[in-house]
Design a protein around this ligand. Structure first.
Ligand SMILES: Cc1ncc(COP(=O)(O)O)c(C=O)c1O
Length: 356
């Protein structure tokens, strides 16, 4: 017996964990600075920690009330009906629910290249085919409706990442408006705002009131510091009210995650500190790194080097773990997550010592 043909599926290779690298180098994990997964260096919101502790005694129950409460809080936050908020296990789960809602076998999708690997994976899990549109280094990774529409050929789903991973570039709201209007009515434009809190520009949420073919995905993994809990959501068109019950994996967003996310949503101090810290760090790195970098709307900076694998390995030996972007098709770039102010200074010191 065998699986179905999975040869077109890219295996997901996560960045290596702190403990794993520490063991390899034979140093305590505390001596390493992990700037390879765009995590929140300030940790989870203290209010989320309280909610996690308080929720521990209730985990023998299915997460019904906590899920409803989080959905209601997000609906209020975004001024949408609760049925338009689809809570999911991470933004990855949100991408899956959208693909499940949209794709019939063989339907085509269009994803950015370079870009976030899970779009392709999710589309293929759902028996979709994958085409790409370029986000070009020679154009400083600029994103626009035209650049997507040039490659567009009636695909069922088109993914836009803004801010874009791994480059940090953004598409303007008007650009997304142009894109939503430029594709067929039967094409869903998915705007992935995993890094939306760090950006200066407004969310694409506004487009959900203007179009019925736009969905926005968001996560608690980044600015809210809850990556380990796997909690995210999408904001979907009004007409989709009854679809969630048909596509979601029951109770996939767990009770503790729902409680923590709801608490984190109200922790203004934590979110402010996280955003301000990341904005400071990305400017600091851009100003101080002796290498070409690009403007970033996210909590990371893309940095040009000769050979990303050599640089990432050398930086790791000096205690700073950065992301070699070879797997994104950028073998001459590393992506450096913002870190705290102290970590950003350390990253600059180490990278400047290993790049020249
Ligand atoms: C662009 C982008 N979208 C989605 C995700 C997935 O986030 P989550 O942890 O919520 O699944 C990530 C995670 O790094 C990302 O970079």
């Amino acid at each position: 017996m065998d699986t179905r043909d999975l040869s077109a599926h890219d295996p997901y290779v996560p960045g290596r964990g702190l403990e794993e690298v520490a063991r390899e180098l034979g140093v305590p994990a505390a001596n390493l600075t992990k700037l390879s997964s765009n995590e929140n260096p300030y940790g989870p919101s203290p209010k989320a920690i309280e909610a996690i502790e308080a929720g521990a005694t209730a985990v023998h129950r299915y997460p019904k009330a906590s899920h409803t409460d989080l959905t209601a809080a997000l609906a209020e936050e975004w001024d949408l009906a609760p049925a338009q908020v689809w809570v999911s296990p991470g933004a990855d789960g949100a991408l899956d629910y959208l693909a499940r809602s949209m794709l019939d076998p063989g339907d085509r999708t269009l994803v950015p290249d370079p870009g976030f690997a899970y779009y392709r994976m999710s589309a293929r899990y759902h028996h979709g085919a994958v085409g790409t549109y370029p986000v070009r280094k020679r154009e400083d990774f600029a994103q626009s409706a035209d650049r997507v529409l040039d490659a567009y050929d009636g695909e069922r789903m088109v993914y836009v990442t803004s801010p874009h991973n791994p480059t940090g570039s953004e598409m303007t709201l008007d650009g997304m408006r142009e894109l939503a209007a430029g594709v067929d009515d039967t094409t869903l434009v998915v705007v992935d705002e995993a890094y939306g809190e760090y950006a200066e520009q407004e969310s694409a949420r506004a487009l959900i009131s203007e179009f019925d073919n736009v969905a926005v995905t968001r996560t608690f993994s980044k600015a809210y510091g809850l990556a380990g809990l796997r909690i995210g959501y999408s904001l979907v068109p009004e007409a989709w009210a009854d679809a969630y019950a048909r596509v979601n994996t029951p109770f996939a967003a767990n009770d503790i995650a729902c409680r923590a996310a709801r608490a984190a949503l109200n922790d203004d101090d934590h979110i402010r500190r996280s955003i301000d810290g990341a904005r400071w760090a990305r400017e600091h790195m851009r100003a101080e790194l002796d290498a070409r970098t690009w403007e970033s709307g996210g909590n990371f900076v893309l940095c040009e080097v000769d050979d990303a694998s050599v640089t990432a390995e050398a930086a790791k030996r000096e205690g700073v773990i950065v992301r070699d972007c070879g797997s994104f098709g950028l073998p001459d770039c590393v992506r450096v997550s913002c870190g705290t102010r102290e970590e950003a200074r350390e990253a600059v010191r180490v990278l400047n010592s290993v790049v020249d």
